[in-house]
Design a protein around this ligand. Sequence first.
Ligand code: PGA
Length: 246
Amino acid sequence: MTKLLVANWKMNKNAKECFDFFEEFKLKFSGKRSAWIAPQAIHLNLVINEGKKCNVMAGVQNCSEFLSGAYTGEISPRNVKELNGHFVILGHSERRQYFQETSKHLNAKVKTALKEDLKVIYCVGETLPERESNQTLSIVGDQIQQGLNDMSEATADNLIVAYEPVWAIGTGKTATPAQAQEVHAFIRAELKKKFPAFGEKIQLLYGGSVKPDNVEELLGQKDIDGGLVGGASLKASDFLALCGDK
Ligand code: PGA
């Protein structure tokens, strides 16, 4: 399976900085690994157009469970698709922590986005106190069960799951490859129970301080199919290195 690197630019980069990134990125990107970028939604069109020139897919960092109507400030998954957006990240820990998104609420968003034929990157992960009290697998298991509840197997081929331990996001602390692999293997087993025909094929991304100097070891793990990257995706040279194009 081709490894997938997804850039989560969060609320960074103005329009000029988005263009500048592509000016540099497109010179060296070979496509040997897939590269997707999620800018702020206001730059989606820009990133779609620049991405087209170098085979990079664009998506958003969140979307609504509704398709249209009186939902001030929300992003319609249908309109993301209409613009040729490729994917949506749902359930990032910053959305869970700062915007009170629960797995139950996320379940509605996941199902709507999949129905609109977007790829969904559903994020799960434990906090430090949860890891320290040995609750990692039960927390991640609950996030999987609730967030992916009542989904038809047919839609699962557009699903990607990202394991992002909250304590590793933006902190410079990375899960060791063995810690990450342990949780990925658990997620794989849960997905195979839920979706017998697709569980094996669902791509599993690791996120949390992925950097050029730890990416190869992480991607070398059996159940790690790619990375979801914040900080190290902002500089074209770093993201190129993650994509295997130094
Ligand atoms: P980080 O962020 O790479 O800066 O740790 C990852 C993420 O939030 O998806």
